[in-house]
Write a protein that binds this ligand. Structure first.
Ligand SMILES: Nc1ncnc2c1ncn2[C@@H]1O[C@H](COP(=O)(O)OP(=O)(O)OP(=O)(O)O)[C@@H](O)[C@H]1O
Length: 281
């Protein structure tokens, strides 16, 4: 695209003025803002005028039956899928619809997929080190000066994810839950502002679920991260959620505390008359 034609596109002009690496601006509102987002696949509306606002430092749980649009929503935020219409903003400064996937990631939006993908032959420490090396913002020329700081950061993250004792063990010997925490740690190495976490406790033991609840609630907070968790396990959602958003047929059906949404007649109907708090969506 020529410079002149890029000037003709208002969003790209905005991009030009604000480099992707500039910090997210949450002074005037939320960290994530989706308005009227519609996505169709072969005429089927996977998202239908979806509106969603996540405050800075918030921990939000998203629930909804199969096919409600939860994954599609994550795909829109990370730039994997483009909507037909609507707006998606990261803070008040970054129009995510004008950015590509790598730029969105480097802006500080980390995504954790359901299945853990750690490097099994490498140690826990090395996995974190590698995740840091992937951070393009750390210039190679600064390596000597940064290495001390990098080590400190790795230690800090090891403590956060509870794997200090296992730092020299190969990731391959970790339990399923420990691998999930390591992968969250790898995302933390990039110092994200927003973490999108897809079904973090699927396949975990009760004890691992409790530890994951502590981890995610500890990560959220102003000046730390905002965390959006998509989860089917209602017991887990109840244990961590302040605000729950229920998606259905691509839009928000209900939003509020777990007790509020669980007693909402619309939500009960969608979950076929069952108590959503007891139900696996
Ligand atoms: N690439 C695609 N092509 C066609 N249809 C799609 C595509 N991606 C998603 N869909 C459809 O869009 C709807 C929403 O899917 P999505 O995966 O976002 O739902 P979900 O809430 O994440 O469901 P689940 O809980 O089962 O993961 C579904 O009906 C799905 O079949």
């Amino acid at each position: 695209m020529s410079f002149l034609s890029s000037l003709a596109d208002r969003d790209r002009v905005f991009d030009f003025l604000v480099p992707a690496t500039s910090p997210v601006d949450v002074r005037h509102g939320p960290i994530l803002y989706l308005e009227d987002v519609t996505v169709t696949f072969d005429g089927f509306r996977a998202l239908d005028s979806l509106n969603l606002t996540i405050d800075d430092g918030e921990l939000r749980c998203i629930i909804g039956p199969n096919g409600a649009g939860k994954t599609t929503m994550m795909d829109i935020i990370t730039g994997k899928t483009r909507p037909d219409s609507g707006s998606v903003w990261f803070g008040s400064r970054h129009n995510l619809l004008a950015m590509n996937e790598p730029d969105i990631a480097s802006l500080g939006i980390g995504r954790k997929f359901q299945k853990p993908t750690v490097f099994e032959a490498l140690s826990v420490f090395e996995n974190l080190e590698l995740a840091m090396a992937a951070d393009k913002r750390i210039l190679p020329t600064l390596t000597a000066r940064m290495s001390g700081e990098s080590r400190d950061r790795i230690e800090e993250v090891l403590e956060t994810i509870g794997l200090i004792e296992l730092r020299h063990d190969p990731a391959g010997i970790l339990s399923h839950g420990q691998k999930q925490w390591l992968e969250i740690g790898m995302l933390l190495m990039q110092r994200p502002r927003l973490l999108l976490v897809d079904e973090p406790v699927a396949g975990m033991t009760e004890q691992e679920m409790e530890r994951t609840a502590e981890l995610l609630t500890g990560l959220a907070g102003k000046g730390k991260q905002s965390v959006v968790v998509v989860e089917h396990d209602m017991g887990f959602v109840r244990s961590i959620a302040r605000t729950v958003t229920v998606l259905h047929q691509g839009s928000v059906l209900a939003e509020g505390s777990m007790d509020q949404v669980a007693s909402d007649p619309k939500v009960i109907e969608v979950y076929l008359g069952a108590d959503p708090a007891e139900e696996v969506a």
